[in-house]
Design a protein around this ligand. Structure first.
Ligand code: SF4
Length: 240
């Protein structure tokens, strides 16, 4: 599995896919990312150390993902993330974090700020339609509004290509994301090991009617394939 990559366009940064104890939520109907986890802190730290040793600071910006939330990384890994940032003059760091950890996210921002590092929190809201989000996706955000989510998160991920989504719903999600957050990352649903399958008629609408309008936006990342950032693997390999 690829765990280190450099993203050169739009928001240039290095990205690392670390491994933690596993997503504590694990209920999102479409997700199997959480399979990339281990209960062994020692093994996780060993792996994470190897991955973090590849960071060079080329763009002074680092995104850390871990198939869950940063809170599920062990303490030694968290310390090593800080050391890696200091050593490589990283000015901007990004962690992913589920809504259930929102209070911790505020504190960790303060912690990194004290070390001169601006920490951005990215959260997988997937859609701002709370009904769809909670009934179909089981995201665990309750009825949280964009404003409430923006109290702890700076960036959002959206998930498109699912049954029932429309041109209007996807546009609304993107525009709401851009209104309340610094950046939006659009993921198109790919086939995976869950029972949720992409709706290719929705993907077609996205590709033809929406993607061209945001292709050049520096605040919008679009991942038609979930390996496009250069990290991760197909689910078949995760399951090995
Ligand atoms: S999408 Fe994120 S929060 Fe939901 S189960 Fe997957 S890793 Fe956990």
């Amino acid at each position: 599995m690829e765990r280190y990559s450099v993203i050169t366009e739009k928001n240039p940064r290095e990205i690392v896919l670390l491994r933690g104890s596993g997503c504590k939520w694990k209920r999102c109907t479409f997700c199997d990312y959480h399979l990339d986890s281990s209960s062994s802190e020692e093994e996780n730290f060993k792996l994470n150390s190897e991955v973090l040793s590849k960071v060079t600071g080329i763009y002074q910006s680092l995104e850390v993902i871990n198939s869950g939330s940063y809170c599920e990384l062990d303490n030694k890994t968290m310390n090593l993330v800080l050391e890696t940032c200091i050593k490589n003059n990283i000015q901007k760091l990004c962690f992913e974090c589920h809504f259930m950890y929102k209070n911790q996210a505020v504190k960790v921002k303060e912690f990194f700020k004290n070390h001169g590092i601006s920490l951005k929190i990215k959260t997988g809201v997937e859609t701002f339609d709370a009904d769809y989000r909670e009934k179909k996706m089981k995201k665990g955000f309750g009825k949280a509004t964009p404003q409430q989510i923006a109290e702890y998160a700076d960036e959002v991920c959206l998930l498109f290509g699912l049954p029932g989504q429309t041109e209007l719903s996807m546009k609304n999600d993107i525009e709401t994301g851009l209104k309340y957050f610094e950046r939006v990352c659009i993921n198109i649903m790919n086939e995976n090991s869950t029972a949720v399958a992409p709706d290719y008629s929705v993907v077609k609408i996205f590709s033809e009617k929406i993607e061209p309008d945001y292709r050049c936006s520096n605040r919008v990342d679009i991942l038609m394939d979930n390996l496009e950032f250069g990290v991760g693997t197909k689910v078949q390999e995760v399951l090995k």
